[in-house]
Design a protein around this ligand. Structure first.
Ligand code: SAM
Ligand code: SF4
Length: 333
């Protein structure tokens, strides 16, 4: 590693150039696959301050990270979040500053996000039927989220992407509707296989499992899919349709394991750097920052130590109780 071209390389030779940072474990929804009905959130004093998040983002970027995704929980419910985006948007080495949001706050924030330097937005949308959307999110208002998606497109964001977790018996009959929505709204759509992270109430993951191949077959009844080599730096595999600009992506942790090309780490809202979505290997960056009085060298060394223990991959098994007890909202999806 040279100082001029730093890189974070793990012991399997994978270059880590992408970090997902969860800035809050709180959310204004309670999606059935993500949270249980009654969640206990971390006391606010346990969370990284916005300044600490910026310091981590800055350190990662100096070490070779080029893409940051800000997520949660719901990132746009964090107080003063624009302060953070305005600063992350100015980090010189970051080429892609993206967010994943449930869209509930987007209609009022999309323009400011575009101006702050956010480059891309993913919005979760699992159903286009208002009553179903409410049942899946336990709280959400579909109209507000659709307004938010349109506001993001109007604010000038390119390739806004819809994320949909497809579940048997809940929304697997809406796959084509979601594709139609993406075609008509000028956005991309990505279909995700549900992962066994944390316990969820009133939801059986094994029963709900719907493989990406099944989703794909369903789409191809109407729209034949053409494979592409598009790589947005994450785990999605992308396809296109002959007569539309919209892309169709698949994230398939069960059926098409993507660990071999993993280029990511995650930072939880408490500052734990997780080296794998499906394992517990971690380094406590908050502790390092607070004990070293925010010494940038100590933080950089801790990040490098973390990369050394990045495991080979996850061992998700839907037939067993989840071995990873932290919810996706804590993990930073
Ligand atoms: N609240 C924001 C949102 O919903 O977009 C950001 C955080 S959410 C945890 C990030 C993504 O993780 C969402 O697209 C959501 O659908 C996905 N997700 C949550 N729990 C999941 C699970 N158990 N398996 C697969 N995807 C999950
Ligand atoms: Fe909240 Fe996103 Fe989890 Fe839904 S998926 S409960 S919106 S964090």
């Amino acid at each position: 590693m040279t100082a001029k071209h730093p890189a974070l390389i793990d012991k399997f030779g994978r270059e880590i150039n992408y970090a997902r940072i969860s800035i809050t474990d709180r959310c204004d929804f309670r999606c059935v696959y993500c949270m249980s009905e009654n969640m206990t959130f971390e006391p606010r004093s346990e969370l990284l301050s916005l300044e600490e998040i910026l310091q981590i983002g800055s350190s990662l970027s100096e070490l070779g990270v080029r893409k940051l995704r800000i997520t949660g929980g719901e990132p746009l419910v964090r107080k003063n979040v624009m302060w953070l985006f305005e600063r992350l948007g100015k980090l010189p080495n970051i080429r892609d500053l993206t967010i994943t949001t449930n869209g509930s706050q987007l209609s009022k924030m999309a323009r400011a996000l575009a101006e702050s330097g956010v480059t891309r937005i993913n919005v979760s949308l699992d159903s286009l039927q208002a009553d179903r959307f409410k049942a899946i999110t336990r709280i959400g208002d579909l109209g507000k989220v659709l307004d938010g998606i349109h506001a993001a497109v109007e604010a000038g964001f390119k390739r806004v992407k819809i994320n949909a977790v497809i579940m048997k018996g809940r929304n697997d009959d809406e796959i084509t509707d979601l594709v139609e929505f993406s075609r008509n709204s000028g956005v991309d759509v990505c279909f995700i296989e549900e992962m066994p992270l944390g316990n969820t109430s009133n939801h059986d993951r094994r029963e709900a499992y719907c493989s990406s191949d099944e989703v794909r077959r369903n789409i191809e009844v109407q729209y034949p899919l053409i494979a592409t080599t598009v790589n947005t730096g994450g785990p999605s595999r992308y396809y296109r349709m002959a007569d539309s600009e919209s892309r169709i992506g698949f994230i398939s942790p069960h059926s098409h394991n993507f660990c071999e090309s993993c280029n990511r780490v995650r930072i939880t809202a408490k500052g734990l750097m997780l080296l794998c979505l499906g394992q517990e290997h971690s380094v406590d960056l908050r502790q390092v920052m607070r004990e070293s009085n925010n010494d940038p060298l100590a933080l950089a060394a801790a990040i490098q130590r973390g990369i050394e223990i990045k495991p080979k991959g996850h061992d998700f098994n839907l037939n067993e109780q989840p071995i990873i007890m932290r919810h996706m909202s804590v993990t930073g999806g």
